[in-house]
Design a protein around this ligand. Structure first.
Ligand SMILES: [Cu+2]
Length: 250
């Protein structure tokens, strides 16, 4: 069951307020490559489905600083050109950072239905994309062995931080290439790219991946994290919740 962009934002705001007024937000906007962009500059285009306006700022930069706050439905896009989000900064053009959050079903207002925000987003083709995902969901979910491993990221690893708020710079980052099967809440998996990122509960993960050529690619969570006898119904079977569309644009 799709949830409107506006109500997602409001849910996220509510969830974050409940989490202690954390300053943060997932921007679904990803800036186009900007050859002259410098770290700290704001970049561009945002807005996925639902259209009007971009998403809120409040991004956490590579240096761990936080800024901005979530804003309402008419939020402005703040996408920074940042390098070195996780692991070694890859060479090449500077691009924005793809920020995502994972809310528990309780936070999303639908019991048993955890939620990725944003679920549908756009990234630039032919780019090495930095990604940061904060998992506010506190429970592990069953995952088959294949999806406990990190695949398709730059270096074959992800950086895991044990914090989801506050001073992330204080959380000692760990570079990992797999996680224990009982320590995974969700995965961010793009089968077409061979990309699989297991995500622990209550953690932040950072990584880079190559976006490849233009096209539309489905991402999906492969952890049985929702409702039904095997946890694969509900949010797992609904577009805009535990699966969505990554549009890769030139
Ligand atoms: Cu999931």
């Amino acid at each position: 069951m799709p949830v409107s962009t506006a109500s997602r934002r409001s849910m996220l705001g509510t969830a974050l307020a409940a989490a202690g007024g954390v300053i943060w937000l997932a921007g679904c906007g990803v800036s186009r490559p900007q050859p002259s962009a410098k770290p700290g500059t704001t970049g561009g285009a945002a807005g996925t489905k639902g259209g009007a306006g971009g998403t809120a700022g409040g991004a956490v930069g590579a240096t761990g600083e936080t800024s901005g706050t979530t804003s309402g439905a008419a939020g402005t896009s703040t996408t920074r050109a940042v390098s070195g989000t996780g692991g070694a900064a890859p060479a090449g053009r500077a691009v924005g950072v793809l920020y995502m959050a994972i809310l528990s079903g309780g936070m999303a207002g639908k019991k048993g239905w955890p939620l990725f925000v944003p679920a549908d987003f756009t990234v630039p083709a032919g780019s090495t994309m930095p990604v940061e995902i904060r998992c506010f969901d506190n429970g592990a979910a069953p995952v088959s062995a294949a999806y406990t491993r990190v695949t398709g990221t730059v270096g074959g690893t992800i950086t895991v931080l044990s914090q989801i708020s506050g001073n992330l710079a204080a959380a000692s980052p760990q570079s990992v290439s797999s996680l224990a099967a009982n320590k995974i809440a969700h995965t961010f998996t793009v089968t077409a790219l061979g990309l699989n990122v297991p995500i622990p509960p209550l953690s932040t993960v950072r990584f880079h991946f190559h976006t490849g050529g233009a096209g539309s690619r489905v991402w999906q969570c492969m952890a049985a994290c929702s409702t039904g006898a095997n946890g694969t119904s509900g949010a797992m079977a609904a577009d805009g919740w535990m699966r969505g569309t990554m549009l890769v644009k030139t």
